[in-house]
Ligand binder design. Sequence first.
Ligand code: NAD
Length: 498
Amino acid sequence: MTTEVSKPKTAAMRSYQNFINGKWVSPISGQIYERKSPITGQTIVQIPWSDQADADTAIQAARQAFDRGNWSKSHAYTRHDVLGKIAQALRVKASELAQTLCEEVGRPLEICLGEVQITAQVYDYFAGLALDVKGESITQHDSSAIGLTIHEPVGVVGIITPWNFPLLLVSWKIAPALAAGCTMVVKPSEFTPSSTFMLAEIIAQAGVPEGVINIVTGDGPVVGERLVESPLVDKIAFTGSTAIGRRIMAKAAPTLKRISLELGGKSPNIVFPDADLAAAVGGAFFGIYLNSGQVCQAGSRLLLHESIKDEFVEQLVAATKNIKLGDPMDSTTTMGPVINEKQFDRIQGYIQAGQTDGAKMLIGGSGRYSVEGLEQGLFVQPTIFDAVNGEMAIAREEIFGPVLSVISFKDEADALQIANNSMYGLTAAVWTKNLDTAMRMAKGIRVGTVWVNTYHTAGLEPCMPYGGYKQSGIGRELGHKGLEEYFETKSIQIKLGN
Ligand code: NAD
């Protein structure tokens, strides 16, 4: 199904309350947080700035809903039907949701519409999987005994999400959690909260009982950490930075909570001389510039074989010159602003570090890029550094902005060594026409997803598991593996009488 993007309206102020036990409620303190637009600098959303007591109320609601059993023990067809209704409602509201995402994330409207559409597919996919949960029977070991394994929902899930793909990434958790029969408390990022509140409304209208899904907004170290520490929460599903992921793992230890962590990356995008060069240039461009580079799987390390480096870089710089920075509501804009002042300053720091560390800046540069009429917009110039070595911060650290580091390599072994020289292990891409090269590289790189002759296709197929090696995370989302994260497995051993 395709959806028309309606003509963009001027951003209107939105205001939300927490969603707890099926009701919209103010935070106990009465405090609110005002999110300013990354495009205009004006306040566009007001949300509760909750404290631990609000989180506790939501946790209680989720706990009681789980223990009541009207969702956790519901028939699989009930969960299947509800998930299907959510997918359908997302498609009906696609235009409104896309506009909201565009205003809060600052990403071009068409890409926001794409986020809504692939999110709907995630609910369709887990609607199907809800009908296909099976355990094992072990009957051949002992003729006088039968062993069974059964799956049970893990319980109350605390869901904590970032701002870059707010609707999709929260749904990678909510959809399997609902399919498994879990209840949940969700804390979205304060920078992009609206789509999560809109989703809560859709989920409630689809027939999910009260208390199954609860949304509480507030400061990560206050509300998020309460979810992590509460003994009433059984599992944390987190997407965000590696630094916060480490903290969550430590804070979850006293209650031995189940955790799944989707964290940062510094993905190598590797081009061999036999590759289709035009396609690889397109892949490098899309790989680094999607969402102004604010993507965990961004191809931020471009590894080029030394024999093609100059020609490749020339084409990539030429393509970069054509990027149009501006209002993401305008259909001619190809890149919007970055998310907030903190992220803007962080990216500026890396552009300056690249220059002081001796990398060669081919295009771009530091400073606020001025768009006429949007002088408060947080626009960063797409920037490419050549002659980058593995010691430089721009080669090692996640920048989360439109800043590309080009590194040349001599041969396959060299490329593999450079690719694996990272604490991250989220994704990688290889561009070659040689299947042997592609497969040797795909097997040799220590990451959770390898693309061959394509980029950023992870997440487009809900049946493919997604997650990181090394310090890019723990656990997998999507696919059968993604559903398993929301189950406990119980073994039942039966001794047969004579
Ligand atoms: P972040 O780690 O700053 O915040 C993520 C979430 O955690 C937010 O909701 C935040 O409020 C909350 N939080 C902050 N401190 C907390 C604490 N002490 N306890 C509990 N929760 C806390 O990340 P961000 O800036 O929102 O997002 C960017 C990061 O997310 C990047 O590092 C990016 O690579 C990563 N990311 C990873 C994936 C993936 O699938 N691997 C996808 C998207 C983004």
